[in-house]
Write a protein that binds this ligand. Structure first.
Ligand code: IPD
Ligand code: CA
Ligand code: CA
Ligand code: CA
Length: 273
């Protein structure tokens, strides 16, 4: 067992996310594509890199023994039992287009469990925070998810990966879901989708194909605001599928997504047990 205080980890996460958010916000105007990754639309800007570099340096100068996992490759190993999970800009496509819905996301994992998370959206002026067991906050005010509504009355947020094959499958799932819900939202940042759920700005969220950096901090925030977050068939949330909603609605959405194989890229693929 490691000794680290979740409140102190949160304070460091929040300070660091604020600083990186300021840097990225100042550099947003006129930003271009530096490189592409898995597909021509899966882009990286110079600011994704600069933000991650700032975060990694700042975290490791405060806590040199910690490990870091960052989307842009800013990895470090450590022996303290603390691992930081970092998305330096979640919502890069929004960032590239001069839109406001992007955020810096930093989670602190202690002995394998996320205990603190900060998601900072500087252009919106929103700072979301949580510690495990300590509640979830937006700009210091406590947040609560909306009470569960029947699925047909639910505003459901989702997102899509960069691979065109996966998107074809995601479109099929969406085709079945759309007539059965109030409406769909696609904001372009998984971290902010989960924080918006925590804040009551929609009723539920699901997405296939995320990585730990997209959802580590915001999942804790959503859970602390009262959401149930998980995968299919009792599995924990995982890259195959993250479903988040208040209890009651979670089960309804789960039961619709399960037979659709929403955690698989094709109909033929048997999802893992
Ligand atoms: C993406 C965003 C988007 C989600 C994608 C993610 P990035 O992260 O969170 O909303 O739909 O699956 O990859 O690349 O902007 O950090
Ligand atoms: Ca991301
Ligand atoms: Ca990112
Ligand atoms: Ca990315």
């Amino acid at each position: 067992m490691s000794v680290a205080d979740p409140a102190e980890l949160l304070a460091l996460a929040l300070d660091t996310a604020r600083e990186a958010g300021r840097l990225a916000a100042e550099g947003q105007e006129g930003i271009g594509v530096l490189e592409t990754k898995s597909t021509p639309t899966d882009v990286v800007t110079a600011m994704d890199r600069a933000s991650e570099e700032l975060i990694r340096k700042r975290l490791l100068s405060a806590r040199p023994g910690d490990a870091v996992l960052g989307e842009e490759g800013g990895a470090a190993t450590g022996s303290s039992g603390v691992r930081w999970i970092v998305d330096p800009i979640d919502g890069t496509v929004n960032y590239l287009y001069g839109r406001a819905d992007w955020a810096v996301s930093i989670a602190a994992e202690l002995d394998g469990e996320v205990v603190a998370g900060a998601v900072v959206a500087p252009v919106r002026g929103d700072e979301y925070t949580a510690t495990r067991g300590g509640g979830a906050f937006c700009n210091g005010a406590p947040m609560r998810v909306r009470p569960a509504v029947p699925l047909e009355m639910a505003l459901v947020a989702t997102g899509f990966g960069y691979s065109t094959e996966r998107r074809a499958r995601q479109a099929e799932v969406l085709r079945t879901l759309l007539p059965r819900v109030r409406d769909i939202r696609r904001a372009g940042s998984a971290a902010l989708d989960l924080c918006a759920l925590a804040r009551g700005h929609h009723d539920a969220y699901y997405e296939r194909g995320l990585n730990a950096w997209d959802w580590a901090a915001a999942t804790l925030i959503a859970q602390e605001a009262g959401a149930r977050v998980g995968g299919l068939r009792g599995r924990p949330a995982n890259p195959d599928l993250v479903i988040a909603a208040p209890p009651g609605l979670f089960e309804e959405l789960h039961d619709l997504l399960e037979p659709l194989k929403a955690d698989a890229d094709t109909d033929e693929v048997e999802p893992p047990a």
